[in-house]
Each structure stands twice: as structure tokens, then as C-alpha cells.
Design a protein around this ligand. Structure first.
Ligand code: PLP
Length: 380
């Protein structure tokens, strides 16, 4: 039995089922429009403007992926050869590879043992004379402590890039995810909270200057006015018109979908609170008004993680172990690790983190079934 055969899959296979007619109409409209503009046209510009207005950002620049958004934003912050960027030791590969793509070196710092996001004290310990930037990332359901990272960046004169790829719609201390750093990023890949049927991402920023540079960098360093005049060494990281039109159509429903995710997460956290002494730790309960929370996935720390996953599968519930190796333990990045450095919390997260379904169109009985299955495992 594969996970897709389970009664409750980890990611819904019918994510865009209700949008099929609209998507087909937009495909026809885009494909038959007289302008034949398939990338970076009017729909992309409107999509960027609508996101920027909702956020109160100076600029939003749509690009080809969240990974690409990280690279473009780091490049706009002048990160390059010889520079170090402090990144979390637990997380996805782009946290390290985007830095390496620019010839800079990722320096891995440990995460908080409970929330699994970059620990500011651990990040501060890794700052050297070569450190150019800090790059904390929001994770499974808890946003990184950006107020403290902003203070650290100010104190040490560092650039601050917020990997908010999974936190679109999250708010921390009254400020939207993505606007705590000089720049932040979103990812629109299918499984993310504002996912779409394809690849895409965005750089968001409250600094119009960074926005201007990222706009050039995503399109071969051109300024958007004079074609074939290249001011910077750039990339091809452009955005599709069809996807922009589709995302504009889906944008008004985003807040409702995020609220449903938060509702499911709150139910899980309440059900799982008594399991803390029984080898299963739920994320911290959501603060009032969900401050500092985001629910891309919902992740437990389970002492017997693989057994729990097997138990859930036997009850028809798919789960997913994100990042079973800390980044500095990955063959690709291990050579960069400093001798003697260690990341005990990242290693433990890699062994114990297990994510359970939290997507918005889970029904209440499905949510209960998932919670029951977890509780049953912990109390047996
Ligand atoms: C998904 C993700 C990315 C990369 O986004 P893509 O659109 O898949 O390239 C970067 N950082 C984090 C934390 C992510 O979860």
C-alpha cells in the first residue's frame, strides 16, 4: 500500500478539483489573447500589486520558485564569494544551496528543540567577521523569532533575509511574515499554503530598492524598459501569466483556507497536550490571535517516530517525516561543517519530527480520526 492509497492522504490529491473549470477558462483566455504574453505580463503585474497591497509591502516580485526567490534576494543584498550566511541546521536544502549558488558559505546553527526554528542564541554564536547575513526560516507551525533576529542584524550590521516560504499569511507581533527581514520569500509550489499547479515564488520586501534590483535579476539583469540592456548579471526566473491569473482568482479564498488550517491545528494541539509525558510532543499552543503561527504542515516530535508513522498508516492516515537528516549531515553539505561543531536539537528533530495532515478541506470526522489514531498510539 502506498501513502496515496490511504484513506487520509498527507497532501490532498484533489487540491484544485473545484478550480478545474476556471483553470481551463484561464488557459484558453491566456492562450488565445491577441498579445500572446505568456510570462511577466499584465496578470503578473496585477498579482504582484494585489499581494503587495494586502501585505503593505513596498514591492512583491514574482519569480520562478521559492528557491530562486532566496537566491535573488541574497544577490540583491550583495551576498557573494567570501561571505558567510548563518542558516538553520534543520530545514530544506535551499537554505544552504541558495547561499552556495552565490559562492558564499552557509554556516549551520542549531534550532530550538521544541519549535525546530533557528535559535537566535545559537545563530549569534556562529557570527564571525565574515558573516554577511542571517537567514532564519519559519518552519512547520511556528514562526522564527524575527524580532530578535532583526535586533541581532542591527547590532552586528548584518543583512536579514527571512525565509517565509511556508508562512504566507502568518503574522508575528503585528507584522506579516516576509516583512520582518529586509526581504522575505514565498513559495507557490503545489503543497505550500498558497500552492498552485506548478512552480513559482516571490520576493517580498519593504525596501523598494531591493525590489528594483530583484526585478532586474529575475530577467537577466534588464530594467524592464530597455530590452537587451543588462545592468546586472541576472537569471531567468520569470513568472507565468496563466499561473498569475489563477493565483489572482484563488487569492480571496486564501484567508479562509489558512483559518481552517489554524482551526484544525488548534484542535490537534488540544487533543495532544496530555501526550507530552508519553513520548509525543505537539507544537506550542497558538498564542492569542494565532500570533507567530503558520500551519503549512502540523508536526509532532515523537520518540518512536517510525512506529507512530506505521500505526497511523495502519489506520489509513498518511504522515510524512520531513528532513530525516540535519542539513550539515547531508552528503552535499557535510564538507562545509566546521570541525567540532554540532547541532543536537537539529539531529533530534531529524529523528523525531512527524507531520500529519492539516489541509483545509479535511472534514471534521477526518480530523478526529487522525487525532484519535495519534492518541491511541501514545496511550497504548
Ligand atoms: C518550499 C521551501 C522553499 C523552496 O521553495 P520552492 O518553491 O520549492 O523552491 C524554501 N524554503 C522553505 C522553508 C521551504 O519550505
Amino acid at each position: 500500500m502506498t501513502t496515496t492509497d490511504l484513506a487520509i492522504p498527507f497532501f490532498p490529491p484533489d487540491l484544485f478539483e473545484g478550480d478545474r473549470e476556471v483553470l481551463l477558462r484561464l488557459l484558453r483566455e491566456t492562450g488565445t489573447a491577441p498579445g500572446q504574453q505568456f510570462i511577466l505580463g499584465e496578470q503578473t503585474a496585477l498579482f504582484e500589486r494585489e499581494l503587495a497591497e494586502r501585505l503593505g509591502a513596498a514591492d512583491v516580485v514574482a519569480c520562478s520558485s521559492g528557491t530562486s526567490a532566496l537566491t535573488l534576494a541574497l544577490a540583491a543584498m550583495e551576498v557573494g564569494p567570501g561571505d558567510e550566511v548563518v542558516v538553520p541546521a534543520f530545514g530544506c536544502a535551499p537554505l544552504a544551496s541558495s547561499v552556495l549558488a552565490l559562492g558564499a558559505v552557509p554556516v549551520f546553527a542549531d534550532v530550538d528543540p521544541w519549535t525546530m526554528v533557528l535559535d537566535p542564541g545559537e545563530a549569534e554564536r556562529r557570527i564571525t567577521g565574515r558573516t554577511k547575513a542571517l537567514m532564519p526560516a519559519h518552519m512547520f507551525s511556528v514562526m522564527a523569532d524575527l524580532p530578535t533576529f532583526a535586533a541581532l542584524a542591527g547590532q552586528y550590521g548584518l543583512r536579514l533575509l527571512e525565509d517565509s516560504a511556508v508562512a504566507q499569511g502568518g503574522v508575528l507581533a503585528g507584522r506579516a511574515a516576509g516583512l520582518w527581514g529586509e526581504a522575505g520569500v514565498y513559495s507557490f509550489v503545489q503543497v505550500k499554503t498558497f500552492g498552485m499547479p506548478g512552480e513559482g515564488g516571490a520576493v517580498v520586501t519593504r525596501d523598494a530598492g531591493i525590489g528594483r534590483v530583484v526585478r532586474m535579476l529575475r530577467n537577466h539583469g534588464q530594467d524592464g524598459r530597455t530590452r537587451f540592456r543588462h545592468h546586472r548579471i541576472g537569471w531567468n526566473s520569470r513568472f507565468d501569466e496563466l499561473q498569475a491569473a489563477f493565483q489572482r482568482y484563488r487569492l480571496p479564498g486564501l484567508a479562509g483556507r489558512l483559518a481552517r488550517r489554524a482551526e484544525i491545528a488548534a484542535y490537534y494541539t488540544e487533543r495532544f497536550a496530555p501526550l507530552a509525558g508519553r513520548g509525543i510532543q505537539a507544537p506550542p499552543a497558538a498564542a492569542p490571535e494565532r500570533d507567530g503561527r503558520c500551519f503549512y504542515v502540523y508536526t509532532l516530535l515523537a520518540e518512536r517516530r517510525d512506529e507512530l508513522a506505521g500505526h497511523l498508516a495502519a489506520r489509513g492516515v498518511a504522515s510524512h517525516a520531513y528532513y530525516p537528516l540535519a542539513l550539515p549531515r547531508q552528503p552535499a553539505f557535510a564538507p562545509l561543517a566546521r570541525p567540532g561543531d554540532d547541532w543536537p536539537a537539529a539531529d533530534r528533530a531529524a529523528e523525531q519530527a512527524l507531520s500529519i495532515p492539516v489541509y483545509p478541506h479535511l472534514t471534521d470526522p477526518q480530523v478526529e480520526l487522525v487525532a484519535d489514531a495519534v492518541c491511541e498510539f501514545a496511550t497504548n
